[in-house]
Design a protein around this ligand. Structure first.
Ligand SMILES: C[S@@+](CC[C@H](N)C(=O)[O-])C[C@H]1O[C@@H](n2cnc3c(N)ncnc32)[C@H](O)[C@@H]1O
Length: 283
């Protein structure tokens, strides 16, 4: 079955191109609030950051079909010694937008992972009480649901084609609220300067919460990891990204640049740049 992949260049606070109740799953990783390397100065203050999430939550609720799932990879952020309660605030924002809070999974990175700084080094330099800031190896994966899902709405053949491999589910311990997954190495080829998540994350979420041929949305799509995995798994995708410079990265990551032999030849990739400019359809 051929799939379609649409990249929208614009601000995801509006999802005007996407009609109501047409998306089957949302998965995203919003920009970190004032992470030192990636997004310093992107938001004037914490209130503005929450304002963006609030608008996005309402748009996601509008475009998702009834019963469907929204997943956010997000975590609390330490800025100048103060921790911002992003997980709690995001949970409240999504509940206020109409979602039910369904679950929280903790993503544990390998012990050697130290992405931003070795905060525990403060104590090693000052081995006295009150200097303790632990190194963070964890992120949250928040799962929300828009109303009740009608299991009978899925045709039998699609249900069978989307069956989850229970051996993979058990062997890789998807059944727990703790998911041990490797992070993307900083400086990786296609993810340079983008805080990309590993393919394993959307892979698990797409398999667990969508059926073949359905549409997966990532409103902060970055390098296009969600769209790439959606294509791999026979799902359609829509990505929104504010940085126009990422178009070639996404196109390459999705395999629309000379890698067509690996994929269905009839899959399509379309880029829309807001303000009515359309770059056309690339098969
Ligand atoms: C954490 S990254 C996402 C990385 C992505 N999961 C991946 O694997 O490549 C967040 C992305 O959101 C984009 N972004 C930030 N604010 C945005 C907005 N208001 N609308 C759309 N994209 C935005 C940033 O440019 C960045 O590429």
């Amino acid at each position: 079955m051929a799939t379609t992949h649409k990249l929208i260049i614009g601000n995801c606070m509006s999802m005007e191109e996407i009609p109501d109740a047409t998306v089957h799953l949302m998965i995203t990783s919003p920009p970190y609030f004032n992470a030192p390397f990636d997004y310093k100065g992107l938001f004037k203050n914490y209130g503005q950051f929450l304002g963006v999430l609030n608008r996005v939550a309402r748009e996601v609720f509008r475009v998702l079909k009834k019963g469907r799932i929204a997943v956010l990879n997000i975590d609390d952020m330490l800025v100048n010694g103060e921790k911002f309660p992003i997980v709690a605030d995001t949970t409240k924002i999504f509940i206020d937008a109409g979602f039910q809070y369904r679950d929280r999974i903790i993503w544990k990175k390998p012990d050697g992972y130290l992405r931003i700084s070795r905060r525990s080094g403060v104590l090693l330099q000052n081995p006295y009480p009150m200097y303790f800031y632990p190194d963070n190896l964890l992120e949250s994966i928040l799962i929300f649901q828009k109303e009740k899902f009608d299991y009978r709405s899925i045709p039998k053949d699609i249900r069978e084609a989307s069956k989850i491999d229970t051996k993979e589910f058990s062997d890789k311990k998807w059944y727990m609220t703790l998911w041990a997954m490797n992070n993307v190495m900083p400086g990786s080829r296609l993810e340079k300067d983008i805080a990309a998540f590993p393919e394993e994350l959307p892979y698990r979420v797409i398999k667990l919460f969508s059926y073949k041929g359905e549409t997966v949305l990532d409103p902060f799509v970055g390098s296009g990891t969600t769209m790439k995995v959606a294509r791999d798994l026979g799902r359609n995708s829509i990505g929104i990204e504010i940085k126009k410079s990422l178009i070639p990265i996404v196109k390459k990551k999705l395999g629309f640049e000379g890698q067509s032999d690996l994929y269905n030849q009839n899959d399509t990739f379309e880029v829309t740049i807001r303000e009515g400019v359309k770059l056309g359809c690339i098969s």
